[in-house]
Design a binder for this molecule. Structure first.
Ligand code: ATP
Ligand code: MG
Length: 228
């Protein structure tokens, strides 16, 4: 009991020293992706980033019509949204947004970051990507804008080296360097492409995706087009 009273006294001290203002500037994560389908690699990266950067929440943002992806089957956005919902619903600190799905035209990360920044400019926004996706940043639409609105967490991913990210940071100049944060996360060699290949071949995807996602795919035959 005494212990709790002491804690409250400490807290009062912090608040009177301006701690309340520091606390008001919350940090939030954004996890963008096609999620075609969502798998444990996405969830582990998001949770590791949430922990390491003390993020209040991570908002998953499934893409609408992906500008970079063509030539392979992308499931209907509503299926990808529902699979993502099923995967994150049990985590108190994970949320989901329809912003890219409801926006017409191609999904640009810069538009999404501008959207969240405008929702609350006092929040420090952290966009979480894998080590492969961050390397595409330089080719993204409006590179300057993205660094104005958010920090970037580049999560390690089997097969992609964080060393390349170091080299890229040096090329980009001072402001982006300070805003790209490499992060080692538990290595899971899982990709959505591999899951789609397994579904095509009629192989099991158990333990690669949450059980509810596995069942949703089977019940709705989400990837039926791949088996034809
Ligand atoms: P695809 O094979 O279709 O490209 P993917 O597994 O790469 O699918 P995406 O939806 O493209 O999944 O990825 C969304 C984000 O999650 C990207 O930033 C990607 O780098 C990251 N990511 C995906 N899988 C992993 C993983 N196993 N470990 C760490 N990060 C990952
Ligand atoms: Mg990918």
């Amino acid at each position: 009991m005494k212990h709790n009273v002491d804690k409250i006294k400490d807290l009062r001290g912090v608040l009177s020293n301006g701690g309340a203002m520091v606390k008001a500037r919350r940090a939030m994560g954004l996890m963008g992706g096609t999620f075609n389908p969502i798998h444990y690699g996405h969830l582990v990266a998001a949770e590791a980033a949430r922990d390491a950067f003390d993020l209040d929440q991570v908002i998953f943002v499934p893409s609408g019509q992906p500008p970079h992806k063509s030539g392979f089957f992308v499931a209907d956005p509503e299926h990808r949204y529902l699979m993502t919902f099923l995967a994150i619903v049990s985590n108190q600190r994970f949320e989901i947004s329809r912003v890219e799905i409801d926006r017409s035209g191609p999904s640009y990360t810069s538009d999404t970051l501008a959207h969240f920044h405008a929702l609350d400019p006092t929040v420090a926004w952290y966009f979480i990507t894998g080590a492969d996706a961050i390397l595409d940043i330089v080719s993204w639409h409006n590179t300057g804008g993205i660094f104005r609105y958010a920090h970037f967490i580049a999560a390690s991913r089997p097969g992609y080296s964080l060393k390349k990210i170091e080299a890229m940071r040096r090329q980009l100049g001072d402001e982006p360097i300070a805003r790209i944060h490499p992060l080692e996360v538990p290595a899971l060699a899982i990709s959505s492409s591999q899951i789609r290949e397994r579904l095509t071949a009629g192989l099991s995807i158990k333990y690669l995706v949450p059980e509810a996602v596995e069942h949703y795919i089977a019940k709705n035959d989400v990837y039926a087009a791949l088996k034809a």
